[in-house]
Design a protein around this ligand. Sequence first.
Ligand SMILES: O=c1[nH]cnc2c1ncn2[C@@H]1O[C@H](CO)[C@@H](O)[C@H]1O
Length: 571
Amino acid sequence: MASFTPSDVDLAAKFTQFLKDSDCQNQYSEERLRLLEAEQASSWDSKARLEASDVEREAAAIVRTIREMERDDPTLFGNQAGESIPDSETRDMGGQFLTNRSRIQESKIYSIAREMPKGGHLHIHFNSELHPNILLQQAKDMDTMFIRSIRPLLGKDDLDETEVVFNVLPVGTKSSNVFALNYNSDHGDTNSNPWMKFKDFCVEFRQKFKSDPLDWVRSKAALSEDDVYRQSQTLNGVWARFNQGTRCFKGLLNYESVFRWYISAAIDSMIEDKIMYAELRPMLLDKTIPSDDGLQQLCHSDQMNIIVEEVSKKKKDLEAKGQLELFPFGLKIIYCTPRSIPKPRMTTEMLDCIRLKLAYPDLICGFDLVGAEDRPNSISYYRDELLAFVKTCESLGIKIPFLFHAGETLLDTGGSKDPENSNLFDVVLLNSKRIGHGYSILKHPKLVEEFKKKRICIELCPVSNELLNLCRNIKQHPYPAMLQQGLECTVNSDNPALFSSTLSYEFYQVMVGSTTMSLHGWRQLAEWSIVHSCLNEDQKEEALGYWRQRWDEFCVWIVKKFGPVAKEAEV
Ligand SMILES: O=c1[nH]cnc2c1ncn2[C@@H]1O[C@H](CO)[C@@H](O)[C@H]1O
């Protein structure tokens, strides 16, 4: 209880007097400024901010102005705060990626993201760099390309429900009929032949369903808006759908001529996306790919030889055009195997990886376990094998760093019911050089400290995390907090063909997903993609040199091209 009750007039007068207390107000403002400055000084991008040239600062201001202009622009997104319910054309900037994708293509920030020199691409699954279009165009005319469905395709429902895979088989292989009532898809049944020649399939599909078979296969490969965001979707459901997509892709590209062509086309597509180097992750549990006639099988060494040959051809082409700086270091390969296999199989996988490293020391650069993390096994399940792998490598004088997928989960229990099985503990103990995703790392403040001490880099895959239902949109993704905690990160597209994404889209997403992201942040992320790569120290220096030159040109380009637009927006 107050000791006395002032009159209304006295109360108002007192309040008015304190409203003019400039000492108190100034002190508050100073303290606020101190807090702001303290946060900015310790900010993850402060180095890039401090080192920024004048033109870089100007470019950063322009990018910020344009981003905020596009947030409100009714022709792009236009979601303004207010009581009236927006019309059906209104979108949120930084809302659902697949829903916004066509708007993003119209955006200036996206056109800037496309021009951005991105450094290295450190997390991309081998089969999903390129869109299925070209793969299907090639497959449809082959006499040796076969398709298998997990059920007969009798009606529309079957088209929706089935899964299809592809394989290259010798010309004489008997072709089955996927559209027949008695079609038996059972691979294991010796009386059944589940494969139908894809050429025949296309003809019959067109007749029966009066639509384009290639469009239908495309829809089976890439994830759709409905697959990702529909109300009844579940985490396991979207993963199962995603795994169907990866299996569908596999046979379309894993045969000799396309595998060879793919390396060169993948590099072209990376150069187009302003990427100067990449570490690709093939699934090497599969030991062979067929030759085009389906009569021979190419082993890992044959496949690695193709990669080495195609990379060196590409380098020669670039050199002849005086453009070697666009992709000077070629590719490296991260050996991937699933986390679902039994221990003896894991031992075989590790021995295969070591043998490949010994044969291709400059090509093989790491070892990774892949597959949904909410399913067995956790990394610690393979403790003995992983420790033996480290010791064996040491004894041979070779280095195969771990580049594990980890923390790509909301449950964070390593596929069990027990949080103590989180893979994030093991990646620290096993000295993982980088980890893929790391989405759940902020649940472990002690591990964050360890990551910082050991400089374990996190390969962010923002679109992947949204499409595999860890978050609903980029604004919900924890990357701004991860960066602000001092975790060093890179930006990656994981499975661009399945996610209808590219690295440019990913950089667009991180720019619009947080108001604290800026051109300076982009710069830091790109630099880390070189610093944390598996290139050697000399190559890193060289790469940073090329990259800085291109970055400076990029900043000048932004100012020249978008400066006038940003000025207009300000008045
Ligand atoms: O984001 C991911 N997390 C874990 N595993 C993945 C991810 N993306 C792809 N794969 C796995 O890598 C193999 C080759 O593409 C596939 O088995 C796929 O499931």
